[in-house]
Design a protein. Structure first.
Length: 281
């Protein structure tokens, strides 16, 4: 099989399920991850042969894509904030919107003072690790309910040579936190079951539902609990940051206001959706 033939195979097999630009993206990402080939090299050498072993690998990947397995799980890696992260079906696949949340926190902490950060519901560790890498004087802690997710987060922290304190905690059952913090950040479950119809099948059938969904009649359960703890465990000048459900921006602001948070700010993401909130105690 040549590179050109692989490209045609991707188009033939995947076009019923994916738009052309996404298929092209799959093609280039597969070649870059497996063969370390850049787009310009691929474009200049369309007749380059692929070994039988690699041809078999690519055929298997295409078969998994046809079954709507996310490419990030097939490859076992994704990029977040310019860094590679190991991901498995035990962790959510990091989203571009979450990168904006990380950038906001970095901008908000642009001083040389030591800073303590807690990431609640860390998953792959993408938020905690990115903050640890970009805020040099930070001391970062992270918690999650999933032991398997924490194993992935540990791996990613070691990969990027950052020191993070990880703990297995069910935040909904927690009554205390282990310290006071300058920053508490969370991207908790916030998708209501009524919104499932908006979610692509590859997400719905593969990503961990405990990290995605909340009950329709109590969609702010995590914001309520984390807000209560943040009131007690943020330092006097501390800030709380959330990623939120785009349909519940005003409701989340109101909840934090009722808890006594000040200077609440609601931000839109790159797609124009209400997606992030910051608040001061």
């Amino acid at each position: 099989m040549t590179l050109k033939q692989l490209r045609l195979l991707c188009k033939e097999e995947l076009s019923p399920l994916y738009p052309p630009e996404e298929i092209e993206s799959f093609y280039f990402l597969l070649l870059e991850e497996r063969l370390q080939l850049k787009r310009v090299t691929i474009a200049l050498n369309p007749e380059q042969n692929i070994s039988k072993e690699n041809s078999s690998y690519f055929s298997d990947c295409i078969a998994q894509l046809k079954n709507e397995i996310p490419l990030q799980y097939i490859l076992g890696v994704t990029e977040f904030f310019g860094l590679p992260f190991k991901v498995t079906p035990d962790t959510l696949i990091p989203r571009p919107e979450t990168e904006e949340l990380v950038a906001w926190i970095i901008d908000a902490t642009a001083s040389n003072n030591p800073i303590s950060i807690l990431d609640i519901g860390t998953g792959s560790g993408c938020i905690a690790i990115s903050l640890a890498k970009h805020i040099p004087n930070s001391k970062v802690s992270a918690i999650d309910i999933s032991e398997k997710a924490l194993e992935i987060a540990h791996y990613n922290a070691n990969l990027h040579k950052v020191s993070i304190s990880f703990k297995k905690i069910d935040i909904l059952k927690a009554t205390t936190l282990h310290a006071k913090f300058d920053i508490i950040v969370s991207n908790p479950p916030y998708v209501r079951h009524l919104e499932k119809k908006e979610i692509k099948n590859n997400v719905l059938e593969n990503e961990p539902h405990t990290a995605l969904f909340v009950l329709d009649d109590d969609p702010l359960i995590f914001y309520d609990k984390i807000g209560e703890l943040a009131k007690q465990y943020l330092k006097p000048t501390g800030q709380l940051f959330f990623e939120i459900n785009q349909y519940l921006g005003q409701e989340t602001l109101s909840l934090l206001g009722q808890k006594g948070f000040l200077k609440t700010k609601l931000r839109k993401d790159i797609f124009g959706n209400d997606r992030m909130i910051s608040a001061n105690i």
